[in-house]
Design a protein around this ligand. Structure first.
Ligand code: GN1
Ligand code: MG
Length: 355
């Protein structure tokens, strides 16, 4: 891989760079923290995954438009740094795409939500993000076509199952059955999106907890990882947040018996989200908030399982069965949501009626 220290010289950073170090454990991109001689001025450098993202210039244009819209309202968001060629990315001699944006001081990320207050704040952050973009009308490209389209995911899944590239199918037959037995129900939700009963808006499409920056008081500062900002339903974001925030354990928790959709967490998240978003959601959206959680958790279960069957070609893994553990963990979460579905609906009904 190209040297990140050399790459950073291709971006318009006025301060003297003193260090570039690898940051975090992204599943998809490689991320670096750039430190400068000015203590308070830091940047994030990222090598975007061009196997995952087919049109990185188009994706960066989406991000520029959306962050520009948020900035124009005087709100905080990541700010892109242009390259010396006045582009929102730099392409190195190996054809790799790099991007750079501001680092926001005194902010924190979390992998697992430790308190109901944090969960409520996360819900508010997602609702605020949607709300700020509810009057955004510029065109956006479809960065990852079919990203949350379960019909497309079924097609991919069926190819993976047929191919059995890593000869792992014999291990996962019961899990494949768990995918197939829910297929029709998931397709009927997709139908509501495709026939526009559930409207298209601007959404983040990856609202797991760790994709938001929090301040020291536990309030959301802004959304990060804007790679998947596209036009789609905001229900995908709510659903992904329920998947991520209501499970007291990480998404790859190995003890599946402990994984569950915790109703108190769900209530705090929903209260936070709806306090900021209820004003623009239509009745169909409100009615399907709870189901969106099942849909997205199901999709994530399918995607982890598919990657295991494929031989771990998409998600970065830390150990050989990592994707299988992730898939089992998401299935446990999904089952818990199914068991508590009517409780989730009742909670939402109460929250909406007391707003
Ligand atoms: C990936 O980029 P990151 O790590 O925030 C994935 C999401 C999954 C998530 C599961 C582009 O998100 O769809 O929900 O992992 N992003 C992409 O942790 O596939
Ligand atoms: Mg991402």
């Amino acid at each position: 891989m190209s040297d990140a220290k050399l790459i950073i010289t291709h971006f318009c950073i006025p301060e003297h760079v003193i260090g570039v170090t690898a940051l975090g454990e992204g599943f998809i991109n490689d991320t670096f923290l750039v430190e400068t001689a000015k203590d308070e001025k830091k940047y994030i450098l990222q090598r975007k995954n061009k196997t995952v993202f087919p049109d990185i210039p188009g994706m960066m244009d989406n991000i520029r438009k959306v962050t520009g819209h948020i900035l124009s309202k005087g709100e905080i968001t990541l700010q892109l740094i242009p390259s010396a060629d006045h582009l929102w990315y730099y392409q190195d001699k190996d054809g790799e795409y790099w991007t750079c944006f501001t680092y926001i001081q005194d902010t924190y990320t979390h992998d697992v939500a430790g308190s109901l207050d944090l969960i409520r704040a996360g819900g508010e952050g997602i609702g605020t993000f949607h709300s700020l973009l509810s009057d955004f009308h510029e065109p956006l490209i479809d960065t990852l076509p079919g990203f949350h389209n379960i019909s497309y995911r079924f097609e991919q899944f069926s190819v993976s199952v047929q191919r059995d590239a890593a000869s792992r199918m014999s291990e996962v037959v019961p899990l494949v059955d768990e995918v197939l037995c829910r297929k029709e129900r998931m397709l009927s939700f997709l139908e509501l999106i495709q026939n526009k009963t559930i409207p298209e808006r601007v959404s983040h499409n990856d609202t797991k907890l760790s994709n938001f920056l929090f301040d020291r008081n536990g309030k959301v500062v802004c959304a990060i990882d804007l790679d998947t900002v596209m036009r789609s339903t905001v229900l995908y974001d709510f659903g992904d947040a329920v998947r991520s925030y209501t499970n007291p354990f990480a998404e790859d928790h190995p003890n599946h018996n402990q994984v569950q959709m915790d109703l108190d967490r769900f209530t705090s998240l929903s209260e936070g989200y709806l306090s900021k978003a209820a004003w623009f959601l239509n009745e169909e959206e409100k009615t399907h908030l709870a189901f969106s959680a099942l849909y997205i958790t199901y999709e994530q279960f399918l995607r982890f399982l598919m990657d295991y069957i494929d031989g771990d070609t998409y998600y970065r893994i830390r150990y050989p069965s990592h994707n299988l553990v992730r898939a089992r963990s998401q299935l446990a979460l999904l089952k818990s949501m199914e068991d508590r579905y009517s409780l989730m609906q009742n909670k939402l009904f109460k929250i909406i009626n007391t707003l």
